[in-house]
Design a protein around this ligand. Structure first.
Ligand code: NOJ
Length: 707
């Protein structure tokens, strides 16, 4: 890798040698999926800076063309390796971000990033458009599965961890790739969860709730960021100088590449009607601080014309190009345009074991009246639309879905659906397994329902796997109604009527509205898109081979009409209640049971050292891992502050009967708020520190203190 001073000097020297067209081309990121091979080669020869969605020999051909240009500036290849390098069928498919967040496990999420980087680099690529640091607060949004959930602290911790994994110790390493903090900013907060609509948000709120994960990403050295679609208070993000150049680059000191999202520049003309033509749009986007332009190919000529006519300061272009070259130099691409990666690492044992561990930690037990684990039975019926559907289990961003979909492709082993996992484990103990589909996620028939009832009647217990499907989530697939679709509820009712032990598993991209199921089932497991081993992990939990330790990174609504619902809401006049719903969510942020019982006691907090500590005892009969969560509330503040806010968490392993004292080193800033004039301050006064097993009051010990 090139040393910092040398990087700056070389970038500067190159910029000064480049012609205006060369610089404008360097700002282009060309979509290989929507141009012809000849057009792509022409762009490479023009000196384009980057391509996205190109793999293997096609990428090599483009790189050779780029290297044969006057200045031989290497290309950057970007890909959506969102939960693993999933567009490549040989890759390890990890749990989705939302599933991974259930682990609250920084180290394992970092390991997932590392493994993904190795596979992406081995494919000759340099850059993943990950992680998503948007918050998932209105779960009707189609991209909830891509988030780390609803909380800024958790999203920041998970985001920083995966970024460290992708980028490794040095960007120059053969197995390091660029991370991309996206979508900057507030994308998930679009009104009504309608994808890319306006975000009606104040800057105060932006800084308090939505900026912290991006701040952490920048501190973790994230080399790139992506501008969100949409707008903030009617200003398109793409044209929002305050957000892009001001907050991200100048305030946070982000010195990497800010790339637009797909066609953002053109969309200023065609979707947002904020610019009359591509020239105006290009000027707005460049001035606002976008360095690289994804797919809006008209930017190239427009930018040249703008500078030539004196409508755009060439220094704006220079700054963008300098940033792009800086990253290419840091990656050592001028010396070695193609990374070696780690030959043989695709779905290797080490990567699979990280994938498996994360799948196991992402299973969340939400209810259990003692039905689980299933023991001492001779037969089990596995039923439901998602019991044996690997596509639903994987979720978005694999070779089955977009952006290079091939839904008919045969899934690559190894993987295990819930049914396969149950069969494997049942075989070991000689248990009989019956299976019935029961109904589809999008359709159902009486015959299927009857077949399911019959299968269940002949077994000692039922595992019913419900959820959603690829057609119900992803970009542009927001849902107005999150109730269980098709005949899923009918299927549940018919099976419930049999009065057999009934465990329900939700294999879904997001929290669905399943209040009746939660109430009526004997046990409920949440398994968001768990990747290759998601089904096996559920089976292990069902039979008690695994003591569930996952915690919800996101609240479960009782009803779609309750959305958005999240734990860190501002106190309201009438308790935030609808007349026909309790004010609480169905399941709250941080919730997650296990087959053992944890007891919390002896909470202390020292305001001089900011050290908090609590005793946690495994008071049950099974070893387990608990995630201890720390929240605070500012009791009286100059503006409304959340009823509680997570500021720390730690996973702790406890053998049955063991007690550990768990300590947290906090600081004054942890108790801060953002003032209406956008300053972060900690106001003097009284606070409550809360420590416990979830965000629910009844799960928290508390201590009051004064600052
Ligand atoms: C659009 C999506 O919003 C973004 O997340 C993704 O990285 C790009 N397309 C490239 O596929």
């Amino acid at each position: 890798m090139t040393r910092p001073n040398e990087v700056e000097a070389r970038a500067e020297a190159l910029v000064s040698r480049m012609t205006l067209p060369e610089k404008a081309a360097q700002m282009m990121q060309v979509p290989y999926s929507t141009v012809t091979r000849e057009e792509a080669l022409a762009w490479a020869r023009l000196g384009a800076g980057s391509f996205l969605h190109v793999l293997g020999d096609d990428a090599r051909e483009l790189q050779a063309a780029a290297l044969s240009t006057r200045l031989s500036i290497p290309l950057l290849f970007g890909i959506d390796a969102i939960h693993g390098h999933g567009l490549n069928e040989n890759a390890t498919i990890f749990p989705s971000q939302l599933a991974a967040a259930c682990s609250f496990d920084r180290a394992l999420v970092q390991a997932m990033g590392r493994a993904t980087a190795r596979e992406v680099a081995t494919d000759g690529l340099h850059w993943t458009f990950s992680p998503v640091l948007c918050l998932g607060r209105d779960t009707r949004w189609g991209r909830i599965d891509e988030t780390f959930g609803e909380d800024p602290y958790l999203a920041g911790e998970m985001g920083a961890a995966v970024i460290r994994g992708y980028q490794g110790d040095s960007l120059g390493a053969d197995d390091s790739i660029l991370a991309c903090a996206k979508h900057y900013i507030g994308y998930g907060e679009a009104v009504g969860a309608r994808d890319a609509c306006d975000t009606e948000m104040t800057y105060r709120k932006l800084r308090e709730v939505f900026l912290p994960p991006f701040e952490k990403a920048v501190r973790a050295g994230c080399a790139t960021a992506m501008t969100a679609y949409g707008s903030i208070d009617s200003t398109p993000f793409t044209a929002c100088e305050k957000v892009l150049r001001g907050i991200l680059k100048e305030e946070l000191g982000f010195d990497g590449i800010l790339v637009t999202d797909w066609d953002n520049v053109q969309a200023l003309v065609t979707r947002q009607f904020a610019a009359a033509n591509i020239g105006e749009a290009s000027r707005m986007a460049a001035e606002a601080g976008n360095d690289m332009v994804m797919t809006s190919l008209g930017f190239y000529e427009a930018a040249i014309a703008l500078v030539e006519k004196g409508l755009l300061d060439e220094r704006v272009i220079d700054d963008a190009v300098r940033r792009i070259l800086r990253i290419k130099l840091r990656m050592g691409l001028f010396e070695k345009p193609e990374k070696k990666g780690v030959p043989g690492c695709f779905a290797c044992e080490e990567h699979l074991s990280i994938c498996e561990a994360l799948a196991r930690e992402s299973v969340v037990l939400l209810k259990n009246n003692g039905a689980l684990p299933l023991n001492d039975i001779k037969s089990v019926a596995v039923i439901g639309p998602n019991a044996d559907d690997i596509r639903a289990q994987y979720g978005d961003w694999t070779y089955f879905s977009h952006p290079l979909p091939d839904p008919a492709r045969e899934p690559k082993r190894p993987y295990a659906t819930v049914l396969e996992g149950v069969r494997e484990l049942a075989d070991e103990s000689g248990m009989r397994v019956s299976y019935a589909h029961g109904c589809g996620i999008l359709d159902g028939s009486e015959a299927e329902l009857e077949e399911a009832v019959l299968a269940a009647q002949n077994c000692d217990a039922v595992v019913l796997v419900l959820g959603d499907t690829l057609d119900q989530h992803g970009e542009g697939k927001d849902r107005a109604d999150l109730a269980l679709s098709s005949a899923q509820l009918t299927l549940f009712r018919r099976l419930r009527a049999l009065k057999k032990p009934l465990a329900v598993v939700l294999v879904a991209s997001k929290p669905l509205c399943a209040a009746e199921v939660a109430q009526g089932a004997d046990a409920l497991l949440c398994a968001f898109n768990g990747g290759m081993f998601g089904g096996r992990a559920v089976a292990e939990a069902v039979f008690g081979r695994l003591n569930p330790s996952g915690k919800l990174p996101i609240s479960f609504p009782r009803h779609s009409g309750q959305l958005p619902v999240y734990y860190n809401y501002l106190p309201g006049w009438h308790g935030g209640k609808y007349m026909d719903l309790p004010e609480t969510p169905l399941f709250a942020f941080g919730e997650g049971l296990s087959y053992t019982r944890y007891e919390y006691s002896n909470l202390t907090f020292d305001t001089k050292t900011f050290l908090a500590a609590v005793d946690v005892k495994n008071a049950g009969g099974m070893d387990g891992t608990e995630t201890v969560q720390v929240y605070f509330r500012d009791l009286v503040s100059s503006i409304l502050t959340p009823v509680k806010q997570l500021i720390a968490f730690e996973r702790v392993f406890l053998k049955a009967g063991d007690t550990k004292r768990v300590a947290f080193s906090l600081c004054k800033d942890d108790f801060s708020l953002v003032t209406p004039d956008e300053r972060r301050v900690t106001e003097p006064g009284d606070f409550v520190l809360m420590v416990g097993a979830s965000s629910k009051d009844e799960d928290l010990l508390n201590v009051t203190f004064t600052l």
